[in-house]
Write a protein that binds this ligand. Structure first.
Ligand code: URA
Length: 239
């Protein structure tokens, strides 16, 4: 818990500009622990001080962690010249500077994306050494075979990147599989099925580490992780 400038903390909580925040503070519209503070440089402790803006208490968070159900046609990035991004879909009340998706899904893949401004956590999840399990539902254009199940379990050569780590493939229906990966190569599942001549028609990520996609979100829906979900995400084993 370290003391930080009031204007900096407030500007980091939303899309408010530092100038806007300073004007509010100087105008007496910001209180700390119930008392108006007119110095933007006043030091506060995010974890313990209670801050209100225009009479409304703000829940101060050092970092934000969101779960989104990414729709098809949206890019897993913070910015893109031609396409909407997952960060564009974050509703205004949850927007703040520095948000980015922790990991990538293809533009046509749907499902769970974690969006955060916590670079250290994202690095931990995304590091090649991190074998956080990611579970997908894959609908393919042919029948799932025993050869596929065995091949996924052994690892499949996918060109220059070498051989994939063992992955679990469970047939849920003739052409529907649950695939669990412990790494994240470009187009990995599509390339693994392609090595058997199969095309992935639909791909959806339904879980990551201990987190399960909230089925009530709907396409593009987004919410903060619960404290329990955040602990599950932080506990993902990077070894
Ligand atoms: N594998 C793919 O082929 N695409 C994704 O988006 C994720 C995993």
């Amino acid at each position: 818990m370290r003391p930080e400038r009031l204007d900096k903390v407030l500007a980091g909580q939303s899309t408010w500009s530092r100038r806007e925040v300073r004007d509010w503070i100087k105008g007496g519209l910001v209180t700390v622990n119930g008392a108006p503070v007119r110095d933007p440089g006043q030091k506060i402790i995010q974890e313990t001080d209670r801050v209100a803006v225009k009479g409304r208490e703000i829940t101060l968070r050092r970092n934000l962690y969101l779960m989104m159900d990414k729709p098809a046609g949206v890019v897993s990035a913070s910015r893109d010249d031609g396409c909407p991004t997952v960060v564009d879909l974050v509703p205004p009340e949850l927007k703040r500077p520095g948000l980015f998706p922790a990991g990538r899904l293809d533009k046509d893949t749907t499902g769970m994306v974690i969006i955060t401004d916590d670079g250290a956590l994202a690095h931990r999840i995304l590091s090649p050494k991190s074998h956080v399990p990611k579970v997908y539902l894959a609908h393919i254009d042919s029948f799932i075979t025993n050869a596929m199940i065995q091949g996924f379990a052994q690892g499949i050569p996918v060109g220059e990147e070498g051989v994939t780590l063992p992955a679990e493939l469970v047939a849920l229906d003739l052409d529907l599989a649950r695939v669990t990966l412990r790494e994240g190569m470009y187009h990995q599942i599509k390339r693994m099925f392609a090595s058997y001549g199969a095309k992935v028609l639909e791909l959806r990520r339904v879980s990551m580490g201990g987190l399960v996609l909230d089925g009530t979100l709907g396409p593009g829906g987004c919410r903060e992780l619960t404290p329990r979900e955040l602990i599950l995400l932080q506990q993902t084993d990077p070894a």
